[in-house]
Write a protein that binds this ligand. Structure first.
Ligand code: CAO
Length: 427
C-alpha cells in the first residue's frame, strides 16, 4: 500500500519542538523528510533532558521519527552549494529558526524562487508581522502571548500554562495543514508559496472559545457557566474558569475514593442537559428529575456547585475507574483523570497504534505516541529517529568525486517514486 505523501520531498530545517512536530507528521504520512543539522551538536534537543548518557534524548527521538538526517554547514560556501542543489530537488522547505536566520544564511525567498519556483517555504515563528516579529519564542511564551495562560488556572491563582504543548505541537499541526494546502494549490498554479504559522496565532486559534467569551462578557457583563457566577465578580476580561467546562454543558473535576493520597483520583463529570434524568438515576437522586429547582439547566445553574458536591458524595466510595464504568452505562460523558503511567499502559491506545514501541539504534526500544489520526487505507508505520548525520552519505555527493552519486540518492530502494514521477503525481 503506497503512503499518502509518497514522492513529496521535504527539506527539514526544523529544530526543538514546533517545526519537528510538523515534519514528523508529514514523514508519518509518507513524505521523504531530510533533516538538515549542524555537525557536532545537531538539533539541540538531541542532548537535552537525556535519560541515557551519550544517547539521543527521548525529547529528540519522539519528535523526529521516520526522518533522515544529514549534517551540513549552510554558512560554508560549499555547504551552501549543496543546499542549493537540495532546494532544486525538494518540494517543501520547513524551518523554525529565529526570525531572519534563513535570510542571514543567504537562503532568501527570492533565491529559493530562482532555484525552484515550485518550492513551498513553510515557517514557524513566534509572532506574525508586527512589533514582536523579531522575537524568539518558546512554548510557554506562546501560551502567554496567545491567551491560554490568562484563561487557565483558578480564579484566585496566577495565570497558568498547560502541559499540552499547544504553542509548539499545536503550531506544528497548523503548519502541516498549511503545507498540505499549499501542495494542493500548487497542483493548479504550478507555483510554490510561503506558509507562515506564528505560535501566538496558533495558540489564539486554539483559544477561540475564550475570545467568544470575551465578546459575550462585553455584551452581557456575566457568563453563567463560569464559577464566578452568581456570587463572584466579573472584570472586563475573560477570567480563569478553574475546571468549569467552558462549553454549553456544565462540568467539573470531582474527587473519587482515595483522592486524599492519590493526586489523580478524580474524574471529569459533564452534566449534559438531556442526560439529566440518567444522571439522577445514576447517583441515586431520582427526586431531582421532577424537582423544579433541578429540572432545567437554567434552574440548576445557580446551585451547580452543590450538585457537584452531591455527586462527590456519591463518588466517595468508588475509584475513578469504578465510577466511570457505572456512569458510562448511563451514557454520561465522563472520564477518569489518567496519568501518563496509565496511558502508557493503555491497551486500547496500544492496539490502535496511538502508543507504539519503536526500536532505536542506540537506546534500544522505547514508547512513543503514534499517529493520532486514523485512516482506512493509510497505515502510518512509525520508525526510529535518525542518528545525527546518519544519511549524509546517502543524500549528499561523494566527497571523493564531488558530484557523484546524484545529490539525492535513495540508498534503501524504497517504495518511493523518483522525483520526476512524484512531481507528475502531484500535478
Ligand atoms: N549550518 C550553519 N548554521 C546553522 C545551521 C546549519 N546547518 N543550522 C542552524 N544554524 C544557525 C542559524 O543560521 C542561526 O545563526 P544566526 O544566529 O547567525 O542567524 C543559529 O544557528 C541559531 O539559530 P536560532 O537562532 O534559530 O537558534 P536559537 O537556539 O538561538 O533559538 C529558538 C531557538 C527556538 C528560540 C528560535 O529558533 C525561534 O524563536 N524559532 C522560531 C519560533 C519557534 O519555533 N519556537 C519554538 C521552538 S520549540 O519550543
Amino acid at each position: 500500500m503506497s503512503q499518502a505523501l509518497e514522492g513529496v520531498r521535504i527539506l527539514d530545517f526544523t529544530h526543538v519542538q514546533s517545526g519537528p512536530t510538523c515534519t514528523q507528521l508529514l514523514a508519518w504520512f509518507g513524505a521523504d523528510v531530510i533533516k538538515v543539522e549542524r555537525a557536532g551538536e545537531g538539533d539541540a534537543t538531541r542532548g537535552q533532558l537525556r535519560d541515557i548518557p551519550g544517547v539521543d534524548s527521548l525529547y529528540f527521538t519522539m519528535l523526529n521519527h521516520n526522518k533522515r538526517s544529514i549534517t551540513l554547514d549552510t554558512k560554508n560556501p560549499k555547504g551552501r552549494q549543496v543546499l542549493d542543489e537540495l532546494i532544486k530537488t525538494c518540494d517543501v522547505l520547513v524551518e523554525n529558526f529565529a526570525p531572519g536566520a534563513l535570510d542571514r544564511m543567504g537562503i532568501t525567498w527570492e533565491h529559493i524562487q530562482k532555484l525552484n519556483p515550485r518550492m513551498i517555504v513553510a515557517s514557524v515563528k513566534g509572532f506574525g508581522p508586527g512589533k514582536y516579529a523579531d522575537c524568539k519564542v518558546y512554548e510557554n511564551v506562546a501560551q502567554c502571548a496567545g491567551g491560554a495562560a490568562s484563561t487557565t488556572g483558578f480564579e484566585d491563582g496566577p495565570p497558568m500554562v498547560t502541559g499540552a504543548q499547544i504553542g509548539d505541537s499545536g503550531t506544528g499541526l497548523h503548519l502541516a495543514l498549511g503545507i498540505l494546502a499549499a501542495l494542493f494549490q500548487r497542483n493548479s498554479t504550478g507555483r510554490g508559496q510561503k506558509v507562515l504559522a506564528p505560535m501566538q496565532d496558533a495558540v489564539l486559534n486554539l483559544c477561540r472559545v475564550k475570545m467568544r467569551d470575551q465578546q459575550r462578557l462585553e455584551r452581557t457583563g456575566t457568563m453563567h457557566e463560569y464559577p464566578q457566577y452568581p456570587d463572584g465578580k466579573f472584570g472586563d476580561a475573560v477570567p480563569r474558569a478553574g475546571n468549569a467546562s467552558g462549553g454549553g454543558q456544565p462540568g467539573s473535576i470531582l474527587k473519587c475514593k482515595g483522592w486524599e493520597t492519590d493526586p489523580n483520583a478524580y474524574i471529569y463529570f459533564t452534566v449534559q442537559g438531556h442526560a439529566w434524568a440518567p444522571i439522577c438515576d445514576a447517583i441515586g437522586k431520582p427526586e431531582w428529575k421532577t424537582d423544579p429547582d433541578y429540572m432545567t439547566a437554567k434552574a440548576r445553574q445557580p446551585h451547580i456547585t452543590d450538585i457537584f458536591a452531591t455527586i462527590e458524595g456519591w463518588l466517595a466510595d468508588k475509584t475513578k475507574f469504578e465510577a466511570v464504568d457505572i456512569l458510562r452505562k448511563f451514557d454520561i460523558p465522563c472520564a477518569p483523570v489518567l496519568t501518563m503511567k496509565e496511558l502508557l499502559n493503555d491497551e486500547s491506545l496500544r492496539k490502535s497504534g496511538s502508543i507504539v514501541e519503536v526500536p532505536h539504534k542506540e537506546r534500544g526500544t522505547y514508547f512513543t505516541v503514534g499517529s493520532p489520526i486514523k485512516f482506512s487505507d493509510l497505515k502510518p508505520e512509525i520508525t526510529g529517529s535518525p542518528l545525527l548525520g546518519e544519511h549524509t552519505d546517502d543524500v549528499l555527493p561523494d566527497p571523493a568525486t564531488g558530484h557523484n552519486p546524484p545529490l539525492i540518492h535513495l540508498s534503501e530502494p524504497p517504495k518511493l517514486l523518483s522525483h520526476s514521477d512524484a512531481r507528475l503525481c502531484l500535478k
